[in-house]
Design a protein around this ligand. Structure first.
Ligand code: 5RP
Length: 243
């Protein structure tokens, strides 16, 4: 049966396959979360099956863990791996310096821990994720459920002193209930429009009691592989490192 993919899925698949094809025998690989990362996990599974590729994967969510096992990839915990050769993950936005907004899929905390514990982070994305300034995509912030309304108030107050355009913070929901992450936390989505100083915002958010982590991934990504609907890919490397 011929696979009918939307243009955006063709772009995501192109980026994902390019990144998955860089993985070599023996590597410990961080497996990201989201629709683009799912293409990468499926491609790695194909390579395990067809080429006998030997890898171990550390998934960034229960969703990805299930998919990786189905695809035939050996799944281990980060504690078993201790350190990873590379993490491949999607992103909601990336800027020219390869700073990112992540967490649209609600897995930002595990994603950041896993990416930080990797020699390299490769982001796979369609071209629509490229921005000149971060912030059009609502910034996810993972918070503890205890006292979440107070935490939200403190976060909104903090935004008052930040170089951002909007200051609204909404609790992410799943149906009529709060969305709960794999770590049992809630997510606030910050509708900022434009983030003038991501570094200052990231540091300030992490000072708020109740905030666990933000979806700002700064100085973590080494390479973005951008996919296009015609199957082409473009590589954008961090000036000081990735290739
Ligand atoms: C999940 C993420 C995803 O990588 C991000 O939301 C991109 O998802 P997609 O590939 O489906 O566009 O950060 O927490």
């Amino acid at each position: 049966m011929t696979e009918e993919l939307s243009p955006i899925d063709r772009a995501k698949r192109a980026a994902a396959r390019c990144a998955a094809d860089e993985i070599e025998n023996g590597m410990r690989v961080g497996l990201g979360t989201g629709s683009t990362a799912a293409w990468m996990v499926r491609r790695l599974g194909e390579r395990v099956h067809d080429e006998g590729l030997r890898i171990r994967g550390v998934p960034t969510s229960t969703r990805t863990a299930d998919l990786a096992r189905e695809a035939g990839i050996e799944v281990i915990t980060l504690d078993e791996a201790t350190w990873l050769d590379v993490t491949i993950d999607g992103a909601d936005e990336f800027d020219p310096g390869l700073d990112l907004i992540k967490g649209g899929g609600g897995a930002l905390l595990r994603e950041k821990i896993v990416a930080t514990a990797s020699d390299r982070m490769i982001v796979i994305a369609d071209a629509a994720k490229a921005v000149t300034t971060l912030g059009a995509f609502a910034l996810p912030v993972e918070i503890v459920p205890f006292g979440w309304q107070t935490t939200r108030r403190l976060v909104v107050e903090l935004l008052g002193g930040m170089d951002v355009q909007g200051r609204d913070a909404t609790l992410r929901e799943a149906g009529a209930r709060p969305f709960v992450t794999d770590e049992g936390h809630y997510i606030l989505d910050l509708h900022l429009g434009r983030i003038g100083d991501p570094q200052a915002l990231s540091l300030a958010l992490n000072q708020v009691p109740g905030v666990v982590e933000s979806g700002l991934f700064l100085n973590i990504c080494d390479l973005v592989i951008v996919g296009f609907e015609d199957g082409r890919v473009e590589r954008r490397a961090r000036a000081t490192g990735g290739n």
